[in-house]
Design a protein around this ligand. Structure first.
Ligand code: IPE
Ligand code: IPE
Ligand code: MG
Length: 223
């Protein structure tokens, strides 16, 4: 049976859900937060150690200021209100991405990382202002001229250093693309495209994917 250590998710479809159900994209983002909590719970239940969530891409800066502001305020409120719960549930927060938000939010993100760093049950990597291409370029730059550019050294300089590549990538929202997410790390990941919009994605859907994954024969080039 295939063990699952790391699940990565492109949480797509909040905007469409909000427009359809509440006549507001922003309220879709708010609803999507409930699915985030559910995904964390399911990972803990299934003893999955790493969950990477694509929350804001380097390309998402193109969105209207009002939507960006709303997203950042949701994140801020969540981290402020739920830090204690995260600690109680032994969840460690890591940020994948360059912190170039407001001073206040940057500080809070650093604080959340620091306050949860000893938690052992589940590591949640929040991909925020994350873009895979620039992650790879910056890893190569960090290797510099003195060391050899090889797979090992590149991996040691990605945000995902020291953690296993995801066995599973889920993208909700009925869109079949990767949108600049973890292009290096998913070289051999099993990809599940899910029709449901992120706020409609439930525990049963998550567990169905785990079940399907367990039946897959993974070859890694072998036969
Ligand atoms: C959420 O889904 C992803 C974020 C960028 C936060 P979207 O906001 O892209 O939702 P759709 O795809 O427009 O429905
Ligand atoms: C990907 O969703 C980014 C996140 C989920 C944060 P997008 O909605 O931004 O992707 P595109 O633009 O449709 O490819
Ligand atoms: Mg989208």
């Amino acid at each position: 049976m295939n063990p699952i250590k790391h699940v990565a998710i492109i949480m797509d479809g909040n905007g469409r859900w909000g427009e359809k159900n509440k006549k507001s994209r922003n309220l879709g983002h708010k609803e999507g937060l409930k699915t985030v909590e559910l995904a964390m719970k399911e990972c803990i239940k299934n003893k999955i150690k790493f969950l990477t969530l694509y929350a804001f891409s380097t390309e998402n800066w193109k969105r209207p200021l009002s939507e960006r502001k709303y997203l950042f305020s949701l994140l801020e409120t969540y981290l402020r209100d739920k830090l204690e719960t995260l600690n109680k549930e032994q969840i460690k927060i890591k940020i994948f991405g360059k912190l170039n938000f407001s001073k206040k939010l940057n500080k809070l993100l650093n604080y959340a990382e620091k306050k949860t760093k000893n938690n052992k049950k589940l590591q949640v990597n929040l991909a925020l202002n994350y873009g895979s291409k620039s992650e790879i370029v910056s890893a190569i730059k960090k290797i510099g001229k003195k060391k050899t550019i090889n797979i090992y050294n590149i991996e040691k300089n990605l945000y995902s250093r020291n953690i296993p590549d995801p066995e599973i990538l889920i993208r909700t929202g009925n869109t079949h693309r990767l949108s600049n997410f973890m292009l290096w790390q998913i070289a051999y990941t099993e990809i599940f495209f899910e029709k449901k919009l992120w706020p409609d994605f439930k525990s049963v859907d998550f567990n169905k994917i785990l079940k399907k994954f367990k039946k897959i024969k993974r070859n890694f080039g072998d036969i």
